[in-house]
Design a protein around this ligand. Structure first.
Ligand SMILES: Nc1ncnc2c1ncn2[C@@H]1O[C@H](COP(=O)(O)OP(=O)(O)OP(=O)(O)O)[C@@H](O)[C@H]1O
Ligand SMILES: [Mg+2]
Length: 252
């Protein structure tokens, strides 16, 4: 049982509004968890509680490693619309910012840091945009850069909030294959609306709609989604041979 963190009896939300109710959730090393749920169900709010950005009303967040807010042991890729594209910073500097933890804002960037960032850009096929300002990037390019920032410090937990929103099919496949590789070294939590595509990569599913239901398998039926109060449609990707979702059957 190599736990990374645990949420116990968490109630969380904004002002007086409760968004998450009595959440219990354990994440262990090597986990690869897909989070699904309807818009406004509280997925992003849950991630913000996990990384320490939002303080819950009640309950406990217990970290078993040195994972606290600002610590680079957690890689976090926020949902796209939360990024301020007007901020005047270059691609290279965004990547390097992933090596600076909250406590050491004045850390000097070493030549090793720079070559690490360069190599990662190269691996992600975006070295040619290293000097561009982030405001001038396409949505997909920006997603790649931000993914690079979230993994450059080699965290033990990687959290991705809908990384597949703006990307084309090619990048989506690259992204998921990269994640499979990264999962050998770190736990991954990914929010996605495309359960049909992510199901063959993830190991388990968490359904979030005010409450959280953990489903210890990457196979889920429409009936189970209903019983978890998680009204999302499974989109069958008929042409994708690795889709492992069960189709609707009378199983009683
Ligand atoms: N900063 C905030 N202040 C007040 N209410 C907020 C804030 N952020 C989110 N909410 C509200 O909390 C609820 C849950 O939002 P959240 O962003 O966690 O949902 P989500 O499951 O991530 O949705 P989506 O699939 O659209 O990303 C929504 O009703 C939202 O309007
Ligand atoms: Mg969200």
């Amino acid at each position: 049982m190599d736990k990374i963190f645990e949420l116990k009896g968490i109630n969380a939300g904004y002002d007086n509004k409760i968004v998450l109710k009595n959440i219990n959730f354990v994440v262990k090393k090597n986990d690869f968890i897909g989070i699904i749920g309807p818009n406004g169900g509280g997925k992003t709010t849950l991630l913000r509680v996990i990384i320490g950005q939002l303080k819950p009303f009640n309950g406990h967040v217990k970290y078993y490693h040195n994972l606290k807010n600002g610590n680079r042991n957690i890689g976090y890729l926020p949902q796209a619309f939360q990024i301020d594209k007007k901020f005047p910073i270059s691609v290279m500097d965004v990547l390097l910012s992933g090596l600076i933890s909250g406590k050491q804002l004045l850390k000097r960037i070493s030549p090793q840091d720079k070559s690490k960032a360069y190599n990662l850009l190269d691996k992600m096929n975006i070295v040619h945009i290293k000097d561009r300002m982030i405001g001038d990037l396409s949505g997909g390019e920006l997603q790649r850069v931000l993914l690079g920032r979230s993994i450059i410090s080699e965290p033990i937990l990687l959290i991705l909030d809908e990384p597949d929103t703006f990307v084309d099919n090619k990048f989506e496949q690259d992204l998921y294959n990269t994640l499979l590789d990264l999962n050998k070294k770190m736990a991954i939590i990914i929010v996605s609306h495309d359960i049909g595509t992510i199901s063959s990569y993830i190991k388990s599913i968490a359904c979030v709609n005010q409450t959280l239901h953990y489903h210890d398998s990457n196979i889920i039926t429409q009936e189970q989604l209903v019983s978890y109060d998680c009204p999302v449609q499974i989109i069958a990707h008929g042409d994708v041979p690795h889709t492992v979702l069960k189709t609707h059957k009378n199983e009683s």
